[in-house]
Design a protein. Structure first.
Length: 262
């Protein structure tokens, strides 16, 4: 904890000083970065390039403001990981635009620019380490793996007791499925064999029941016919009465309709 309180302000100092200088005197930096800014904007898609400021001094001031803000956050320990990432991003244009040592022809200037370029690369490495520092807290990857393990354990706990002994929940499910299929196959074979053995007995029973039902129908057919013959006059009178009632209702309906029309 004490090491972080000392190291973070030390790492942030150069960015705060550089950012303040860029805000106060952006002209020199803008002249150096002019070609780099122009080539970068030309490489962007038109819709993105149109939304980005083209003024080099304005872009230098924006980058300086990012360095000052990120440096202060990192130095005070407020959102240090986000601040470190922001500062690392601000180093990209500063390094390539301000120290293009590969373009220098003078050996002395080339060595100086190369030294500054490598210094910025080293700072970017330190910032990336600071961005990955969780201060002893579990990282997002570790917490994600732990959540996944807890979910797997919960699924395994919900399975039957016999399924928990497998190497994994999925293996247990597969094992139980195979076991169920095997039992079902054995039961199916047993049922088919039983049906084959009892087929003649079932056929004989069906023939006996059919003969019995035919005899019963034959015995009752004469009785049913006699009953219908005895009640035929009564059924005929009922039919005539219903027909007369329906005719009277139809005639009454016609009279009402004629009266309504007239």
């Amino acid at each position: 904890m004490i090491l972080r309180r000392i190291a973070r302000p030390m790492l942030a100092t150069v960015f705060i000083a550089s950012g303040v200088d860029a805000l106060r005197k952006p002209t020199g930096r803008a002249e150096m970065a002019g070609d780099f800014i122009e080539s970068s904007l030309n490489a962007l898609p038109e819709n993105v390039s149109a939304a980005v400021p083209h003024d080099p001094e304005l872009l230098v001031r924006i980058n300086g403001a990012v360095q000052v803000g990120g440096g202060l956050l990192l130095a005070t320990g407020r959102f240090p990981r986000i601040a470190a990432l922001g500062l690392a991003g601000s180093l990209v244009p500063t390094t390539f635009a301000g120290h293009p040592f590969w373009q220098e022809t003078d050996p002395a200037k080339r060595n100086l620019q190369r030294t500054q370029f490598l210094k910025n690369v080293s700072l970017a490495g330190g910032l990336l380490i600071a961005a990955a520092d969780t201060e002893g807290k579990p990282s997002l990857a570790w917490r994600g793996k732990r959540k996944a393990s807890a979910a797997t354990a919960a699924v395994t706990a919900a399975l039957p007791v016999g399924a928990k002994a497998g190497s994994s929940a999925w293996d247990s499910i597969v094992e139980r499925t195979h076991e169920g299929a095997s039992v079902l196959g054995e039961k199916s074979e047993e049922a088919a064999e039983l049906l084959r053995d009892r087929a003649p007995e079932l056929a004989e029973a069906a023939r006996e029941r059919s003969t019995e039902w035919a005899e019963k129908i034959g015995d009752r057919s004469a009785e049913v016919a006699e009953l219908i013959g005895d009640r035929a006059p009564e059924l005929a009178d009922s039919a005539k009465s219903l027909a007369a009632t329906a005719q009277d209702k139809a005639e009454a309906g016609r009279r009402r309709w004629r009266k309504a029309v007239s």
